[in-house]
Design a protein. Structure first.
Ligand code: SPV
Ligand code: MG
Length: 552
């Protein structure tokens, strides 16, 4: 039997199989009650309020899919819905199997699939495929008794669990064939192996149902659906020994009314104020969905990578861009419909970095879009990048990335940086000379390293940074720092300590980030080099800006 092996997030595991639970409901001397559901949510609610079983109504499942109760939904589509319902609950589901979705052969395959999905029982009715709802029209044709008995036998022969139940639904009273025919059919179906008889009626009183039950006695369990004779006191069902009562479609009908009311009111009032107090609150929605369990499972299963933060240095004006930076810093210049800095933030967000601090200075008010923490370097005109970084000391904790605010790059570069295990790691363009030929740059943060970029993909020996200096002779340089580095918790601590030391000795105000790195190197630090070859750019002048606008 396909009892769930894994404890499903939404359903409390029950020690008793669903098939066994249902058989107990059906055969208990007490009258039991099951309630209609038509999807995972309604099934869950039925269980939540305390019902011991669920009726997967054909009428309701079809209507919820906005098709008619005429086998318009295929049996596999119904199965999909049933799977959600079974996964969401620990109570047994009795499925409305209509006429069995074809002949004996189709039905036995349906039964097998129901068993695999942890459905407890199925009910089939002795009508013809495609079925018509019992409350529509008159004189609905009935199946041949022999044919229907064969179907029951085939289902019983291939059920995968001994406690799985097949209920035979007698439609003789619905079709107007009378009590004797109903009893004759019930007897034949009982003989064929049905675990219970559902006797259906569309009269507004329960007379014919009660008469059937008295006549039938306790030959086998009896199931009823009092949709039309709803005014009958439930004790009358108990008195004649009805085993199972199905409240067949009332969640669907309640939902239709509630959805209509709320939609209409919102349409008319064009505000939510009138309905907020009477719709289920969102906390309840998340609770029903089982979000607590997911949060707990995330704690257990998700790799606990420390969240990486980013500090973006975006205080400078970018004088070479002249008029363009009169009312905004260069990082806020438009690059294909979005400020350069916002694109950069998007790149970080895309790599899972969400805690982003931007150090603004020139026209700081213009640095304004969601998803960033802004800190100010008020002295941006007289200070350099190291002083800007000092303004973000609070963010320089744990794993963090420090980046110039005027760069663009392909996203894989961040992944390369994440892969490095080093207190400090810097991204260096090993193909910098080509880059320089393409663009007459004014300044570049040239670097020397313990080894040049080889381009040999077998060569993965670590390379360290030994000096970084824009005034370095090109012949000494191994590459250009792209303005991107990563610090782990230890690296961040070292950078914070160095900033404090620079503040103390008065060198901070004029220092650049390369100055800061050189001081650390002089103290023995060996920042790890991540070599790349192009695929990035920075924006210093109008020429760069034009390139940025073409960067794809
Ligand atoms: C259903 O709920 O789909 C049923 C019961 O078959 S009834 O609609 O009353 O026929
Ligand atoms: Mg039905």
């Amino acid at each position: 039997m396909a009892q769930s092996v894994v404890k499903l997030p939404n359903a409390e595991a029950s020690p008793v199989k669903k098939t066994t639970q249902f058989r107990e409901l059906l055969t208990s001397p007490e009258t039991s009650f099951i309630m209609e559901a038509h999807n995972g949510l309604s099934a869950k609610i039925v269980e939540e309020v305390g019902f011991k079983g669920i009726w997967a109504s054909g009428l309701s499942v079809s209507t919820a899919l906005a098709v008619r109760d005429s086998n318009e939904a295929s049996w596999t589509q119904v199965l999909e819905v049933l799977e959600f319902m079974a996964d969401a609950t620990s109570k047994p589901i009795l499925v409305d199997g209509d006429t069995g979705h074809g002949n004996f052969n189709n039905f036995r395959r349906f039964v097998e699939k129901l068993c695999q999905r942890d459905i407890a029982a199925v009910c089939i009715e002795d009508k013809l495929f495609p079925k018509t709802n019992s409350f529509l029209g008159e004189n609905q044709p009935l199946a041949e008794i022999e044919e229907f008995c064969g179907k029951i036998k085939a289902g019983k022969d291939c059920q995968l669990d001994d406690d799985f139940c097949i209920i035979a639904r007698v439609e003789a009273l619905i079709a107007g064939w009378g009590l004797d025919e109903a009893l004759r059919r019930a007897e034949a179906y009982h003989e064929a192996g049905a675990d219970g008889i559902l006797i259906h009626s569309k009269q507004s009183t329960a007379d014919e149902i009660l008469a059937f039950a008295r006549e039938w006695g306790n030959r086998s369990p009896v199931v009823i659906v009092p949709t039309k004779y709803y005014a009958t006191p439930t004790d009358h069902f108990r008195e004649v020994g009805i085993n199972l009562v199905i409240w067949a479609n009332h969640n669907l009908r309640a939902a239709i009314g509630a959805m209509r009311d709320v939609s209409r009111q919102i349409l008319e009032e064009e505000t939510l104020t009138g309905i907020e107090g009477r719709v289920t609150n969102l906390g309840d929605v998340f609770e029903i969905a089982g979000n607590d369990e997911l949060a707990e499972a995330e704690g257990r299963y998700l790799a606990a990578r420390e969240e990486t933060k980013a500090v973006l240095l975006a205080a400078s004006r970018g004088r070479a861009l002249q008029d363009l930076t009169e009312d905004r810093p260069k990082c806020m210049l438009d690059v294909r419909g979005q400020p350069l800095l916002q694109r950069l933030v998007g790149s970080f967000n895309g790599a899972g970095v969400r805690d982003i601090t931007v150090v603004a200075g020139h026209k700081a008010d213009a640095v304004n879009f969601p998803g960033i923490n802004k800190v100010l370097n008020d002295d941006y005109e007289t200070t350099g990048e190291a002083a800007s970084l000092a303004c973000a000391l609070d963010a320089l904790k744990g794993d963090c990335i420090v980046s110039y605010g005027d760069i663009m790059f392909r996203s894989y570069i961040l992944n390369l940086l994440f892969d490095v295990e080093s207190d400090i790691a810097v991204v260096v363009d090993g193909a910098w000379q080509k880059h320089r030929q393409d663009t007459p740059k004014h300044t570049a943060d040239l670097v020397s390293c313990t080894a040049a970029y080889t381009g040999d993909y077998l060569d993965d020996s670590p390379v360290d940074l030994t000096r970084i200096d824009s005034a370095m002779p090109e012949s000494d340089a191994h590459g250009e720092w792209m303005g991107l580095m990563r610090l782990n918790a230890e690296g961040a601590k070292k950078v914070r300590a160095e900033i404090e030391a620079m503040e103390a000795d008065g060198s901070l105000a004029k220092a650049s980030v390369p100055d800061l790195l050189n001081r650390l190197i002089e103290k023995g630090e060996r920042p790890r080099v991540v070599y790349i070859t192009g695929h990035w750019l920075d924006v210093n002048d109008a020429f760069d800006l034009a390139r940025a606008r073409n960067f794809r």
